[in-house]
Ligand binder design. Sequence first.
Ligand SMILES: [Zn+2]
Length: 274
Amino acid sequence: MAMKRAALALLLVVGAMFLLAWGAPAYGGSHPISAAEATPTVEPTPTVEPTRTVPVNPAWMKRYWGHRVHRVRTTRRVVALTFDDGPNSRTKQAVRILDSYGAKGTFFATGDMSRHRGMAAANRYVLKRGHELANHTMHHQRLDKSYAANVKAIMDLEKLLIAQTGKKTRWVRAMGGDVTLTGLRATRKTGHLYAQWSLAVGDSVLGYTPPSRLYHNIVDHVRPGSIILMHVTHPETLAALPSIVRELKRRGYKMVTLSQMAAMGKPYPSWYVR
Ligand SMILES: [Zn+2]
């Protein structure tokens, strides 16, 4: 009887361990420890990967490594407004509009724009006002090239932004959202997460779109966890922004930075690399 009970207990313990290992989050660097690895050896085994130089990253980032994040799976009424292709003369205006409603945004800067006169100050202003600055590649590039070229497109801008602001960025977005699996691997290598979008304001087509159309493109389709794509290059987008923010607020949506929203949920299932 005692033997039977012990055997049952052992079975339960093994079962629980199996479930725990099965349920462990799948992100780069996580793998079950084999018996050989667990056994101490005379010589310390060298680690397979050199230690990352990003020790201060919050725990939630692990959930997003290597994902192409379209939106965040959350039940909370939060959205992330993202502004691409800046900085430019409208960046501060966008920040002021958001500030006047207590909303936050994420600004995807390119290197070519950041190098213009006065634009380092615009990038600093974004951060100073509590918004997020993100990496849209040095020359507004697609991340569909070789691994080395993709890493360079990200890192050339990253170095520039660190020089301008003293801060690292967390998110990358390729020009036009064109990222391959190799591009995703590059973003992981540089210590970044990759952000796509789930809802576009519709200002990226050539020509003028009336602000009322832009407004409806957002408010008719918004949902919790939406990542909203806009461009600071379009005056009509700035014209539509106050009414969009007002309406989202009225419906109980909180507009937060991408990182703030990501911390509240999980990446919506999308392809990703390990
Ligand atoms: Zn762009």
